[in-house]
Design a protein around this ligand. Structure first.
Ligand SMILES: Nc1ncnc2c1ncn2[C@@H]1O[C@H](COP(=O)(O)OP(=O)(O)OP(=O)(O)O)[C@@H](O)[C@H]1O
Ligand SMILES: [Mg+2]
Length: 252
């Protein structure tokens, strides 16, 4: 018996020919993106290059017009978002999506409720323990009984991250601009959390950001998009010397 493509060669995520159009605009154009289990990968590119659309495709929010997405060798590109989450893919949104009238702790526990709905309940004590530990890691534990709408923008990002890490088991975390507009101390908390969860639990990250200095500290390698296409990939040193990348950023 042969295993599914991708599973055997160590890819956690593999896209082929991934394409999304909006009318005449090809926002993501035949993207081949591969992530190894345990990577912390950056995804960069000028405004409008297709990064958010890529995250929306990977998380099932958008359906691809062409191409495929495999997670651990299995196709996920026809699954609805909640079933992609159930396979261990979490995400954050640039504009936080939280339940404003629910508490911080309740928001963090939403993925555990979803697991109950899918017939995969987890012990109550485990859920609470995990939620409290994640809220502590993200410096939100003292706010756990506050309603989410009272949080600042940065704190809302921290809560989105705690909630994503409540997905169990968590394999891949997609983050869209997690550092945009947040206070430097919150930025440090986010960076430490990413590194800690990567080290301790092997969580793979794909981080979309315009903050090169931050990404350089987090990501051994980055993928560069331009006009929907993957134009370069490698370490910061490698891509900085890449003529096409320089041209994409500086214009022709
Ligand atoms: N829902 C949509 N409907 C129509 N066009 C869209 C939609 N979402 C994105 N686009 C277009 O697709 C292209 C890629 O957008 P996308 O948001 O993926 O870029 P991005 O790389 O995330 O940019 P930024 O760095 O500004 O966030 C842009 O031209 C954008 O205007
Ligand atoms: Mg974007």
């Amino acid at each position: 018996m042969t295993s599914a493509p991708g599973a055997a060669d160590g890819w956690l995520l593999e896209t082929r020919g991934l394409t999304k159009q909006f009318g005449g605009l090809v926002a993501v154009d035949g993207l081949p993106l591969t992530l190894r289990a345990g990577e912390v990968r950056g995804l960069i590119g000028p405004n409008g290059s297709g990064k958010t659309t890529t995250v929306n495709l990977l998380s099932g929010l958008y359906r691809a017009d062409a191409g495929e997405i495999r997670l651990r060798g299995e196709r996920i590109d026809r699954l609805p978002p909640h079933l992609i989450t159930a396979r261990g893919v979490a995400r954050t949104f640039q504009i936080p999506k939280l339940f404003g009238n629910m508490t911080v702790l309740e928001n963090a526990m939403v993925p555990a409720l979803a697991a109950i709905d899918l017939g995969r309940p987890r012990p109550r004590a485990d859920i609470l323990d995990r939620a409290r530990r994640l809220l502590a890691l993200l410096t939100l534990d003292e706010k756990r009984h506050d309603v989410a709408k009272e949080l600042s923008g940065g704190q809302s990002m921290l809560l989105q991250i705690a909630r994503g890490l409540m997905v169990s088991p968590i394999h891949l975390f997609l983050m869209d601009e997690p550092f945009a507009g947040v206070h430097p101390s919150i930025k440090d908390t986010i960076m430490e959390t990413i590194l800690q969860m990567n080290r301790a639990e092997g969580v793979t990250f794909l981080i979309v950001s315009h903050e090169m200095a931050t990404l350089r500290r987090l990501c051994p390698s980055v993928s560069v998009m331009h006009e929907g296409q993957l134009i370069a990939e490698g370490s910061f040193e490698e891509i900085a010397n890449h003529a096409v990348v320089v041209e994409a950023y500086l214009g022709r």
